[in-house]
Design a protein around this ligand. Structure first.
Ligand SMILES: Cc1cc2nc3c(=O)[nH]c(=O)nc-3n(C[C@H](O)[C@H](O)[C@H](O)COP(=O)(O)OP(=O)(O)OC[C@H]3O[C@@H](n4cnc5c(N)ncnc54)[C@H](O)[C@@H]3O)c2cc1C
Length: 533
């Protein structure tokens, strides 16, 4: 059996950072295991290739939620990347750091290792930002970040209308404050190419003789000697193989898959594991619980003038956009899914901004398949409470690592989330009525002006809403003994096993989750070296 100092399960945002940083010490050997393929497909690297990636089972996990019990909401997709780079190779590429207070709240629940002071230093180390170094912003790190190149009367009107709403117009929407404001969304794109965790962190380390990357390897379970993790069993090319570890197994399979890796290994709710015939190693009922996801309302407006990108992605203009991309590394195919962001209070009495809206310069044809774009020009605002209260669960259905888990989204369980979403929709209607934006808009097409009551707005959330793809919390980190991992990411009750990915965050840091996952993984490497088993 081949033996490594560290075996990392999952080459996503967190796994790539850990593999890179741990293998920087040439005295340790690291194996990085990924269920999906390498990241050679051109759709991974051309930013707008994301629209095609979304339907490629070779590169995506199509996790689906169960029907809701609280309302008529349809089952939702919680998509994840299944490729080197994980979700950072398929995501919308927007770069949102989260607010200082989120990380100080996280530190209070865990340890000072996760305070804003430490996280902001990690961001400074990671980022190579187009705006250059600034407060909590890096200018020389491995991850390139740029601002949208596309600006027109619509994007300028979004800023101007936001200003009339009292939202500060920001050069850097990630300024380390309470997040309030509107502005262009920074993206993990550089010279027209996606900057995934694989591109930024793993590729520069690939030549190291002490780093082994194995793709197409689904980790079935962690192997134990008593309660000490001693290796993993993987499924590769239909064969079971085992890899041994001298030090630790690091589970980085993401917030939807990591609970399953633990459960198949005998760590979880004892009754649940017994029902599936999994021998218990350690009783940890919190595994797979406390999952948190954003459920977003999609609002759309039809434009009077051709100011959106809808037509650039359809018909005869699509090949021209692709040609422009390959000739200039610019144009419609070089942009992120989302171009602008606003963060605001749904009602004036909110203690701090509680809503994030992401503006896209396109509009979906939701009467059709849901993934196609409208032929007419329109724009969308994807809106959700930043800190949702509802909690979901993710559990295995069997011991087969290829069977997708059962997800209970439970979105409707929190009246607060639904009330905040309705308040946000009303605030966005006031925003759309501000000049100069109002003069560009022909009509609101979703939910549509006929939807006025709370129930009518919520019907749009249930029928046309979508997951933010920001799941966290399913292997919650905490000081309390009921948490799955301790503040140093060690799985409670066993030795030589840690989890480091979005699943350890007890709540979503205000915004999107790629940046916080990368920053936490960056710090995790130091913690692992400091507290190694
Ligand atoms: C479609 C989409 C759009 C998004 N858009 C944005 C955005 O624009 N901005 C943003 O900040 N965030 C975005 N996110 C969220 C963000 O990308 C993720 O939160 C972040 O990448 C999570 O990192 P992770 O390391 O926890 O997991 P992942 O990056 O998902 O990595 C987990 C890896 O583990 C692998 N794996 C799973 N199970 C196994 C197994 N049993 N054995 C071996 N390998 C396994 C997976 O294939 C995957 O490569 C988006 C996510 C998605 C899916």
């Amino acid at each position: 059996m081949t033996e490594y100092d560290y075996v990392i399960v999952g080459a996503g945002s967190a796994g790539c950072v850990l593999a890179s940083r741990l293998s920087n010490d040439r005295n340790v050997t690291v194996a990085l295991l990924e269920a999906g393929p390498g990241d050679t497909h051109p759709y991974v690297h051309m930013p707008r290739g994301v629209a095609k990636l979304m339907s490629m089972p070779t590169h995506m996990w199509f996790y689906t939620t169960r029907p809701e019990v609280h309302n008529a909401m349809k089952p939702d997709y919680w998509l994840r990347g299944k490729v080197l780079g994980g979700s950072s190779s398929v995501n919308g590429m927007v770069w949102v750091r989260g607010q200082p207070r989120d990380f100080d709240d996280l530190a209070a629940l865990t340890s000072a290792d996760w305070s804003w002071e430490r996280i902001s230093r990690a961001y400074e180390a990671i980022e190579n930002h187009q705006l250059g170094p600034g407060p909590a912003r890096g200018g020389a790190g491995p991850l390139r970040i740029s601002l949208p190149t596309f600006r027109n009367a619509l994007t300028e009107a979004v800023n101007a209308a936001g200003a009339k709403m009292g939202w500060p117009v920001k050069e850097d929407v990630n300024a380390p404050d309470d997040g309030a404001g509107v502005g262009y969304m920074p993206r993990t794109i550089w010279k027209g190419k996606r900057q995934s965790a694989a591109v930024a962190f793993l590729k520069p380390a690939l030549q190291r003789p002490n780093l082994t990357v194995i793709t197409g390897a689904i980790t079935h379970r962690v192997l134990f000697d008593g309660t000490r993790a001693v290796g993993v069993e993987v499924l590769r090319n239909g064969q079971r193989q085992q890899l041994a570890t001298r030090r630790e197994v690091l589970v980085c399979a993401g917030a939807v898959a990591s609970p399953g890796v633990l459960e198949r290994s005998g760590i979880g709710n004892p009754e649940r594991l017994a029902a599936l015939g999994v021998p218990l190693v350690h009783a940890s009922p919190a595994v797979g619980e406390n999952a948190t996801e954003h459920r977003a309302l999609r609002m759309q407006w039809r434009l009077k003038r051709p100011l959106s990108l809808n037509t650039a992605f359809q018909g005869w203009r699509l090949p021209l956009s692709v040609l422009q991309y390959y000739l200039t590394a610019d144009g419609p195919m070089s942009g992120a899914a989302i171009d602008m962001r606003a963060c605001f209070r749904s009602t004036p009495d909110q203690e701090r901004p509680d809503i994030q809206t992401q503006f896209g310069l396109f509009s979906w044809d939701l009467q059709g398949s849901g993934s196609a774009l409208e032929r007419e020009h329109g724009f969308c605002a994807v809106t959700n409470p930043i800190r949702p209260v509802s909690r979901s669960s993710v559990h295995i259905r069997s011991c087969n690592p290829q069977e997708l888990p059962e997800i209970t989204a439970n979105y409707g369980s929190a009246v607060q989330d639904r009330a905040d979403t309705v308040a946000a929709a009303r605030a966005l209607r006031r925003f759309a009525n501000q000049e100069p934006l109002a003069s560009l808009i022909k009509s609101e097409t979703l939910p549509g002006s006929a939807a006025q009551s709370d129930e009518e707005i919520l019907a749009a959330l249930d029928n046309y809403g979508c997951a933010g793809m920001h799941t966290v919390g399913s292997c919650r980190m905490g000081k309390d003994t009921a948490s799955v991992v301790d503040p140093q990411l060690r799985v409670r009750g066993v030795e030589g096993l840690r989890v480091m990915d979005a699943s350890v965050m007890p709540f979503i840091p205000a915004g999107n989750t790629n940046a916080p996952t990368l920053a936490m993984a960056w710090l995790a490497a130091d913690i692992i070296q400091r507290t190694r088993a």
